[in-house]
Design a protein around this ligand. Structure first.
Ligand code: PEP
Length: 264
């Protein structure tokens, strides 16, 4: 896929390492993080093949983009509406987050599915809107503990992926983040490679053309390398462990070290 905003280079496989800050950080904290990250990451030549990204609250997208300056770190939005504009109080649209400097949109995080009624249909509409405006969708999928216990993880996640990609002619701009609900957050149980390898393979088989499959859910400095080594995993999507610059950079370094060029 060509023409995604902020990505003029020819397509080379990268290892993605990014974080969503969820509903944290004041503007001052967001600016400080972005400045320190830009300094720490530099032009990225020390870590070839690793693509970092940060996803702040909508209020901080423009400030973070501005503080990052010419840094290759990408900025995303945590959500965006499927319509371009209109009477949708409280929402932000894809053109609006793009205007603020976002080049990615996180869609369908389990917290939005659970607490805000995000359905597969809405996820799909948001994916289509994001692609229409040349931004990269980061589609979050994952099963609950109950679904996994019943043996339905693969089928559930594949259904979510297929629904998200309905009507997408060219999925090569889309990232999928596999985030088992039971592994997310401070009460989550960190997954091991054996827990995720089958679901990642199922995602790959159902959506072979996507730009990458990331793993998320209690990723931290201590387990990032083993999760990145799982076949089919192209990066990690990190919450709490990357809310400090040191956390994100450390995990990005681990990714750089454990990076294996994916087979064609
Ligand atoms: C998340 O919520 O998507 C996430 C990965 O969070 P954490 O790393 O904190 O579990």
């Amino acid at each position: 896929m060509t023409g995604l905003r902020g990505e003029g280079r020819s397509h080379v496989p990268v290892t993605w390492v990014g974080t969503s800050w969820k509903m944290t950080k004041t503007l001052a904290e967001a600016r400080r993080y972005a400045r320190r990250l830009a300094d720490a990451w530099g032009d990225g030549t020390a870590m070839p093949g690793v693509q970092p990204f940060v996803i702040p609250s909508a209020t901080a997208i423009a400030a973070v983009r501005s503080e990052l300056g010419s840094s290759p770190v990408l900025v995303g939005a945590q959500d965006a509406h499927w319509e371009d504009a209109g009477a949708w109080t409280g929402e932000v649209s894809v053109p609006q987050v793009a205007d603020a400097g976002a080049v990615m949109v996180e869609i369908g995080h389990s917290e939005r599915r659970e607490h805000f009624g995000e359905t597969d249909e809405r996820v799909n509409a948001k994916v289509l809107a994001t692609l229409r405006h040349g931004l990269r969708p980061l589609v979050c999928v994952g099963e609950t503990a109950a679904v996994r216990d019943e043996g339905g993880a693969d089928a559930h996640v594949v259904r979510q992926v297929e629904a998200a990609l309905r009507g997408v002619d060219d999925p090569s701009g889309v990232l999928v983040a596999y985030e088992p609900v039971w592994a997310i957050g401070s009460r989550g149980r960190p997954a091991g490679p054996e827990d995720i390898v089958g679901v990642v393979a199922a995602i790959r088989a159902s959506a072979p053309g996507v730009a990458g499959v990331l793993y998320g859910g209690s990723v931290a400095q201590g387990n990032a390398a083993e999760l990145l080594a799982v076949p089919g995993v192209d990066g990690v999507f990190v919450g709490r462990a990357a809310w400090s610059v040191e956390g994100l950079v450390e995990i990005a370094y681990l990714a750089g070290r454990s990076r294996q060029v994916p087979s064609p």
